[in-house]
Structure formats: C-alpha cells, structure tokens
Design a binder for this molecule. Structure first.
Ligand code: SF4
Length: 226
C-alpha cells in the first residue's frame, strides 16, 4: 500500500514518538509545542543547515536541505546534507545522508532512528541500497558513521507504523508518569502526567485559560481607565 502525500509522517516526529506516544500526539495531533532551551537550539541549527543549496563536482554531489519522502512507509522530511556519488551517466550509484547535531553523540537511538528514516526515503527515491549514514557533531567537529542494520530498520519502520496507527485512532494516548522521562519533558506543565491519565483536551483548556486571562486583564484595564 502506498500512502497519500497528505498522510505522510514528518521524520522529525519520530523522536517524539520514540520518547513518548503522548508527547507525539500532543505536538503533532494537538499542535501543542512548549519550547525549552534544547528544542530552541535545535531549531536554530536546523534552520541554518536547511538553507537549501547544492555543491557539485563531476562524480560527486552534495545537496543541503534536501527534501525526501517515502510513499511506501508514509514518511517525509528534510536531510541536512545528502552526499551522492555519480557514474559517467550521472546516475547516483552511492549516497549517504549526513545529519548535523548539536552537542556530543547520544547513547540512545533517537538520532539513529531519524537517520535511518532518511535512508529509507532516499533508498526509495534513488532506487539504491544505502548501508550507512553519518552524523556531524558540532562540538566534536567530527563525523561518525552509523550502519543501517536490519535491526535499526525494523525499529524505525515499527515506530513509523505506530505513528500511523495513533493518527488513525485520532486519540491522544493517556499519560503514564515516568519520572525519568516526564521531568525532562518540555510539555510536563501542559500534559500534567501526575493527574490520572494526564490532562485531556489539553489544547482546548490551555486556549480557554489564556482567553479567560486576557478577558480578566482587559476588564482590569477598563476599570482602571474609568
Ligand atoms: S510529561 Fe510525560 S507523559 Fe506527558 S508528554 Fe511528557 S513524557 Fe509523555
């Protein structure tokens, strides 16, 4: 089955679904986003890297900010950099995505899964096997290579399928408080995971509270000016 271009999951959402199903749903289904220092720094980095341009030599091409997608798995995103090696007929015979990262290499699979998702898209678009991807860690000023193993591929595809299933259910999963995860989550104040199942209808309640606050301030201003 091929997904419609309207039903593609952004590759950037995989990190949220890997961290917590509810975080994924709050951000991508309820459109809720609470920025913390780490997310803000990440956004700035990717905006800088994704200013699209390409550099090319006869048999080697570098494309920055390259849009990718897989209709087979229902994925879409942008690669920081794709490096491609070409034959004499300008056909791509080898390729690898290179993802730019703030800080040092993480020990979990969050980055690897996103890199693997890029590989899945590129493989479909270019019609070639892509056995590796690379990270460029800014603080270390060096690249590191990741093997796209069958295990990583299965994990990534499983995650993408889980996201499609959450989307199809159109229901935000309930919160399950996990101190290690929740205390570092940028959405904790809005999610309220210690309340049984977490807060439901988070967005509506948040908007309502902001409207009530604005009304109260407006009434106070009117009272002060009369
Ligand atoms: S606070 Fe916890 S349950 Fe809520 S979205 Fe974050 S990680 Fe998930």
């Amino acid at each position: 089955m091929a997904y419609s271009p309207d039903d593609l999951v952004p590759i950037s959402a995989l990190q949220h679904a890997l961290f917590c199903d509810r975080q994924y749903a709050l951000i991508h289904m309820e459109q809720l986003w609470a920025e913390n220092r780490f997310t803000a720094e990440g956004e700035v980095l990717h905006e800088r890297v994704h200013s699209e341009h390409a550099e090319s030599r006869r048999s080697f091409r570098q494309e920055y900010g390259m849009g990718v997608r897989s209709l087979e798995y229902g994925l879409t995103g942008k690669c920081d950099l794709v490096e491609m090696w070409l034959d004499d007929n300008k056909r791509v015979i080898r390729a690898q995505p290179v993802e730019f990262k703030r800080g040092h290499r993480k020990i979990n699979d969050v980055d690897n899964v996103q890199l693997c998702a890029q590989v899945i898209c590129l493989r479909e678009m270019l019609g070639i096997e892509i056995p590796i991807g690379q990270f460029y860690y800014l603080q270390e000023h060096r690249r590191s290579t990741v093997d796209i193993t069958q295990e990583l591929r299965e994990k990534t595809i499983g995650l993408v399928k889980k996201i499609h299933s959450i989307n199809a259910s159109n229901t935000t999963p309930k919160a399950v408080y996990d101190k290690k995860k929740c205390d570092s989550c940028s959405l904790i104040d809005l999610c309220m995971p210690k309340v049984s199942g977490g807060k439901t209808g988070v967005v509506e309640k948040y908007i309502q509270s902001q409207l009530t606050k604005a009304d109260t301030e407006s009434e106070a201003d009117n009272a002060a000016s009369t």
